[in-house]
Design a protein around this ligand. Sequence first.
Ligand SMILES: CC(C)(COP(=O)(O)OP(=O)(O)OC[C@H]1O[C@@H](n2cnc3c(N)ncnc32)[C@H](O)[C@@H]1OP(=O)(O)O)[C@@H](O)C(=O)NCCC(=O)NCCS
Length: 307
Amino acid sequence: MMPDPAPVVRRGPEAWDDAARIARAWDPEEVADARGFARRAGRNPGSTVLVAGAGSGAVGAALGPILAWNEPSGRWLSLWIPAGLHATAQARALWREIVAHGAGHGVSHLRMQMPVDRGADMAYLAARGFVEIERSQRVSLRIDVEPPPVVAPEGLELITLAARPELFGQILEVDREAIPDIPGDGADVPSAAYWRARLDDGTYRASTTVFVVDEDGRALAYAVLHHHAGRDDVADHDFTATRRDARGRGLAALVKRAQARAAWAEGVRVLRAYNHLDNAAMRAVNDALGYIRASDTASLRWDRPPA
Ligand SMILES: CC(C)(COP(=O)(O)OP(=O)(O)OC[C@H]1O[C@@H](n2cnc3c(N)ncnc32)[C@H](O)[C@@H]1OP(=O)(O)O)[C@@H](O)C(=O)NCCC(=O)NCCS
């Protein structure tokens, strides 16, 4: 008997719609969408989307830049292999293509997030050489009814970036104090250009970036949401930060409550967050605000074996 022909791997724009379909079947909360892939592809030529096989036998993946950690030689991997397809020819073809694409773009390592309760995926990734480097909780809050207005305490004001664009520079000041304090793998402090690019392409919105400001106009805390190109109803807390000298006064919780109301007005109905398990302060804030914890997620890393 002749062996089956190797499955065709489609890549780039011709794989976008199928990859989004596979991703959402894999996880209904997935935010992958053709418009999101297009947004990412525009930003980074080393990004790609791959689909191997067809119909219900198809498996998919996406590779994107690792901007937060400023790792130009690494890529974020999203991998969507439906249950029962891990040992198939299409899964093997997909992995070969991921490795080949990486080699063609000077990629030294891959990172990805995987919910730890996805046993078949975790085993598949371990067998390919991925190792766990840290663990986070995944939490989410449904906002099914309009959150009530949030009143700032005496002497403080809640304000969005849309209402006061000149607060932009203070984001970078707060970040310089807050980002080094996030437990785990150290993220880079984003530049003004990083922020501008995200505000321009709609990943961040000035209308849902909320500050608490004191009487002198000093931003004490702020929170920004990551909006997804294809899912207006789901947004992720990219970052919540309080200046060091203003912590422990309830300001993170305050900006997040005001932000939930701003997000509601933008059509967001689910707010999601990922918190390193050692981030006791952020976890306490989310807990107090009623966020519900799902299965924890592992941060995994794969390093290209030496040639
Ligand atoms: C996380 C952060 C935004 C919290 O800001 P904040 O304005 O101090 O937060 P709040 O005052 O609203 O609440 C802090 C809560 O954490 C609790 N907390 C603080 N440190 C804690 C610790 N080590 N263990 C347990 N709880 C702790 C406080 O008791 C408080 O809870 P309570 O209101 O139930 O008492 C701030 O610490 C920060 O900027 N950290 C660095 C950036 C960061 O990690 N951002 C989140 C990335 S996912």
